[in-house]
Design a protein around this ligand. Structure first.
Ligand SMILES: Nc1ncnc2c1ncn2[C@@H]1O[C@H](COP(=O)(O)OP(=O)(O)OP(=O)(O)O)[C@@H](O)[C@H]1O
Ligand SMILES: [Mg+2]
Length: 250
């Protein structure tokens, strides 16, 4: 569903991605881990066409999106549901208007039908009857769930989660993890998850990549992760389980 081939991306002199390759299969939940500044969000932005790579190809469902013009790219982008790191809800819109946003923007569906879809989608994320509230009236965990509802309402083929559980308490984190897992099974969507929280990531995904200094240092199954004797990966794993974080060299 997603095939990344030899992606390079620089900003000025700064080379952020240095030849990244990986493939995410249809219906798979795939995890990307890596320390802050590793280039994870930049890579996601390339995948959804917000940035274009200097070198390399990105195939989405068989189409190389690096070759598309703006209009074609917009169409492809509608296949993605995005739950982004700072995917703030629109403060000035009600929850119902936030969740229905893409349907109001990009479809000719009637208001009544959209309202029904919003109601059903809010139920899907366990938040019935909050259409008329505003984002400031919700907890951080609820806001994340609303952001997920907004992302799944138009039946995307792929959902991208960038740090879906950052900044919320452990119980809310568990709820988000179950929700993502449940949506994955119910809707069979291909998911790409980026998180600092390895425990969360490993609950959700079967396969993963570890990005360091703009390169993939590890790609494999969950079980291979424990068996890997790559020092840099081990350091990351120790760091994220509460151990000391040391400087890592690429
Ligand atoms: N538009 C931009 N212009 C210049 N540099 C950028 C731009 N976007 C990202 N960078 C740089 O690219 C590097 C990777 O950033 P990125 O946001 O991908 O990190 P990340 O792995 O997502 O980190 P975090 O885990 O903190 O979210 C950083 O050094 C950042 O400063
Ligand atoms: Mg990021």
């Amino acid at each position: 569903m997603i095939e990344i081939k030899n992606i390079y991306k620089s900003f000025g002199d700064k080379v952020v991605l240095k030849g990244v390759n990986f493939t995410v299969g249809k219906g798979e939940t795939f995890l990307m881990i890596g320390r802050s500044g590793a280039g994870k969000t930049v890579l996601l932005k390339n995948i959804i066409g917000l940035l274009s790579p200097d070198i390399g190809s990105i195939y989405i469902d068989g189409v190389d999106i690096t070759q598309l013009n703006k209009k074609e790219l917009e169409k492809v982008r509608l296949q993605f549901g995005l739950v982004f790191q700072h995917s703030a809800l629109f403060d000035f819109l009600s929850i119902g208007e936030n969740v229905g946003f893409f349907l109001y923007q990009y479809t000719d569906l009637s208001k009544m039908i959209i309202k029904k879809r919003v109601k059903d989608t809010l139920a899907l994320v366990g938040l019935e009857g909050i259409e008329d509230l505003y984002p400031y009236e919700l907890s951080g965990g609820m806001q994340k769930r609303v952001a997920i509802a907004r992302a799944v309402i138009y039946n995307p083929k792929i959902i991208i989660y960038d740090e879906p559980t950052t900044g919320i308490d452990p119980i809310a984190v568990d709820k988000i993890v179950s929700l993502i897992d449940d949506l994955h099974h119910r809707l069979s969507i291909t998911s790409l998850v980026v998180t600092h929280d390895l425990e969360v990531g490993l609950k959700l995904a079967d396969r993963l990549v570890f990005l360091l200094g703009g390169k993939i240092i590890f790609e494999g199954d969950k079980k291979d992760l424990k068996e890997s004797d790559d020092k840099r990966l081990k350091q990351f794993l120790e760091g994220s389980s509460g151990g000391p974080i040391k400087e890592m060299e690429v």
